[in-house]
Design a protein around this ligand. Structure first.
Ligand SMILES: Nc1ncnc2c1ncn2[C@@H]1O[C@H](COP(=O)(O)OP(=O)(O)O)[C@@H](O)[C@H]1O
Ligand SMILES: [Mg+2]
Length: 363
């Protein structure tokens, strides 16, 4: 009884939705979510995040597949029998109602009594730190406050699952940063299993327990923020989460210490167990390295590059480097480092990185 599948709060199995386009908007999505987890659905616009959330909420019926909650497939249940709180990008507050009336809306639908409604509304407003705002109208609130009312309205029904669809994208940058922590705090205090849709990798990295990275309707990878950043499973994930340089290379010496042939130079490759399955000597691969992992030094007979540009961006210096085959790399260096000092535009520099800072993907 201890397998992960048995302890999962939610199991998504082969979940598919087809609007009738070239390919399904959501394509055979499968993963598990534990009770109380804060899961990010991350991917570019159009990758199927909102469609997935709408199937959860019961606003769309899946073309095929299952959403199993506490062991029961709920796809045939109507929205009002799902016990889910939903928050959209547009807060969708009723402008003619007060904050308290907005928050009470779901309770009225559920025919909750007056006294209980009042205490639960007060509790929900306290949770989002809007205790004294019950009698205001939405127009009298800032964007961040309106967003918190929308969250209060979703959590007041004591949902088993909270669904958030790009809830921060209408806020200005400063407020968005604050609200990240507010939302995460509210979720941690209430312990509600949460699906959080975003196209913003920073939001996903800073807020989520695990991130499901989607691309073209499919799941590319699911893992903790550290795992999807450091151990990207696919080139898409490596490039979507953080910045990544990709350089074509050839694998060799796989029976001994794996080597990588790059620009006529031999470099040590990652350990054999970190290489893609099925590679052999001579396999063409793509070597991915993060900008902050690249080190610069005086030319030493190893891999060299020419400095194209050096830009000071505050906490780091960004250096654009050109390899002999015209491939471009971006390095991020500490402004006070020796490497940054060497990076005079036009200069020839040695570049290196640790084998463990490199991901190898089949080309
Ligand atoms: N009502 C619709 N009719 C037809 N196609 C749609 C509809 N809604 C979304 N799509 C398409 O489905 C894909 C996924 O959309 P969506 O789930 O909204 O993506 P995301 O939320 O990740 O931006 C996109 O290609 C989009 O154009
Ligand atoms: Mg969307």
């Amino acid at each position: 009884m201890t397998s992960p599948a048995m302890t999962a709060h939610i199991r998504i199995r082969e979940l598919t939705f087809d609007y009738g386009g070239d390919r399904p908007a959501v394509d055979a999505l499968s993963f598990d979510i534990a009770k109380g987890e804060f899961i990010g659905l991350l991917g570019p616009s159009g990758c199927g995040k909102s469609t997935t959330l709408r199937m959860f909420a019961g606003l769309l019926a899946p073309t095929s597949g299952q959403i199993v909650i506490n062991g029961e497939d709920i796809v045939a249940r109507p929205p009002w029998e799902r016990n889910m709180g939903l928050v959209f990008q547009s807060y969708a507050l009723f402008p003619h109602m007060t904050v308290a009336q907005n928050v009470a809306f779901g309770l009225r639908l559920r025919k909750v009594g007056k006294a209980e409604t009042a205490s639960r509304v007060a509790e929900a407003l306290r949770a989002v730190r809007l205790d004294n705002f019950g009698s205001r109208r939405p127009a009298e609130l800032s964007g961040g406050q309106q967003q918190r009312v929308a969250i209060a309205r979703a959590i007041v029904i004591q949902p088993e699952i909270l669904l958030l669809d790009e809830p921060l994208s209408n806020l200005d940058a400063r407020l968005r940063d604050e609200m990240r922590f507010e939302i995460r705090d509210i979720q941690t205090r209430t312990g509600i299993t949460t699906l959080f849709v975003t196209h913003d990798q920073q939001e996903a990295l800073t807020m989520c327990d695990r991130i499901a990275v989607m691309n073209g309707g499919r799941l590319e990878q699911i893992g903790t923020p550290v795992a999807v950043y450091d151990q990207a499973a696919t080139p898409f994930v490596a490039n979507f989460i953080g910045r990544a340089n990709s350089v074509p290379a050839t694998l060799s010496h796989l029976s001994g210490a794996p080597q990588l042939r790059l620009e006529g130079q031999w470099l040590p490759a990652p350990r054999a167990e970190d290489l893609p399955v099925g590679v052999t000597d001579g396999t063409r691969v793509s070597a991915m390295v993060r900008p902050h992992a690249i080190r610069l030094a005086k030319p030493d007979g190893g891999l060299t590059a020419r400095v194209v540009r050096r830009v000071f961006v505050g906490s780091v210096v960004e250096v654009e480097l050109q390899l002999a085959d015209n491939h471009t790399l971006i390095a991020e260096l500490r402004p006070d480092s020796d490497g940054a000092a060497l990076a005079e535009p036009g200069a020839e520099v040695a570049i290196s990185w640790r084998p463990t800072d490199m991901r190898i993907f089949a080309a």
